[in-house]
Design a protein around this ligand. Structure first.
Ligand SMILES: Nc1ncnc2c1ncn2[C@@H]1O[C@H](COP(=O)(O)OP(=O)(O)OP(=O)(O)O)[C@@H](O)[C@H]1O
Length: 302
């Protein structure tokens, strides 16, 4: 994908399976929004093939669009509109696309309960708080019971309770309704909790693709074992934590306390992978000692 004479996406190639929840992660300017806008049919690509729900997004008609839900980073509507009226109005748009196995739209009361907006049903949009507005954005995205849902930084501005409700909603959509979800976020904890798979984009290329656990193992196969004996604390990095812990318990018997086995967090992994890309080490298929060192240093710095 080019903007003018600058390539911002190059060789981005991935498939998302039905019902999968994936996150696109990457530093600012990596190309996440551009990728998602191409998939949504909002941006014409300069090259490459794209198929979304069996259709090239550039040729997607009304019926294709009705199968897709989109939650943008920010959205504005007329401040005097009321929550219930707006959702009711938007829902009607989807009614002609209802199917026996996928009733469209979601009924307004059910929808407001899903996103926790029942108490604000009669409020004007101009009276909503930032977090309530975000809940409304999510409701607008899912009112048509989408088969594929795009979420652009969906929980920015939500309090922890609303964030947890939102995570439950995404699980419900994917587990019970088979909704496929593609989200962009800078919240690594959220990506780890919510998704089956993570794609990391850097400099317009996919530099990693896998579950949080797979990515962590690709960066470093080592786990960190922590324990204490007689008030003294120990740390050991090992490739085989199970074997090490077994030996430890045999040797130290009942003296071992505070035992903890820790693998690289998604944050460690993300930082190491982006560092690998920035230093050119990602050309190497095998994880390099340099990347592992970066990971270790990150851990020590905590
Ligand atoms: N309309 C445009 N014209 C020219 N360049 C653009 C345009 N939109 C984005 N870019 C450039 O394309 C690159 C990718 O931008 P994009 O918005 O896709 O990144 P992003 O990963 O979503 O970033 P962020 O995390 O900051 O939202 C950036 O270098 C950006 O400056």
């Amino acid at each position: 994908m080019r903007y003018g004479s600058t390539d911002v996406l190059d060789g981005v190639d991935f498939t998302v399976h039905r019902g999968e929840v994936i996150a696109l992660l990457g530093p600012n300017g990596a190309g996440k929004t551009t990728t998602v806008e191409i998939l949504e049919g909002f941006r014409a690509r300069s090259a490459g093939d794209v198929t979304v729900l069996g259709v090239d997004p550039l040729n997607g008609g009304e019926d294709w669009r009705a199968r897709i839900g989109i939650v943008l980073q920010s959205w504005r509507d007329h401040v005097r509109w009321k929550v219930r009226d707006l959702l009711d109005h938007l829902g009607r748009y989807y009614a002609p696309y209802s199917a026996p196995d996928r009733q469209r739209p979601i009924q307004v009361d059910e929808l407001m309960d899903m996103v926790g907006l029942r108490e604000q049903a009669s409020r004007c949009l101009g009276q909503l708080s930032g977090g309530q507005r975000r809940r409304l954005d999510v409701a607008i995205g899912v009112v048509g019971r989408p088969e594929l849902l795009f979420l652009d930084e969906p929980t920015a501005g939500l309090d922890p309770h609303a964030r947890r409700d939102f995570h439950d909603l995404v699980h419900r959509l994917s587990d019970l309704e088979g909704t496929t979800v593609v989200l962009t976020t800078h919240d690594l904890d959220e990506a780890e909790k919510l998704t089956d798979r993570i794609l990391i984009l850097a400099g317009g290329r996919i530099v990693a693709d896998g579950s949080a656990d797979q990515l962590a193992r690709n960066v470093s196969s080592q786990a960190e074992v922590r324990w204490s004996v007689g008030g003294q604390h120990f740390v050991h990095a090992t490739d085989d934590a199970t074997e090490f812990v077994r030996d430890l318990l045999l040797t130290e018997r009942d003296e071992v306390r505070d035992l903890e086995v820790r693998r690289a967090s998604l944050e460690d992994t993300y930082m190491a992978l982006v560092h690998r890309y920035e230093t050119g080490l990602d050309q190497d298929q095998n994880p390099s000692p340099g990347a592992a060192t970066a990971l270790t240093n990150l851990k020590r710095a905590r």
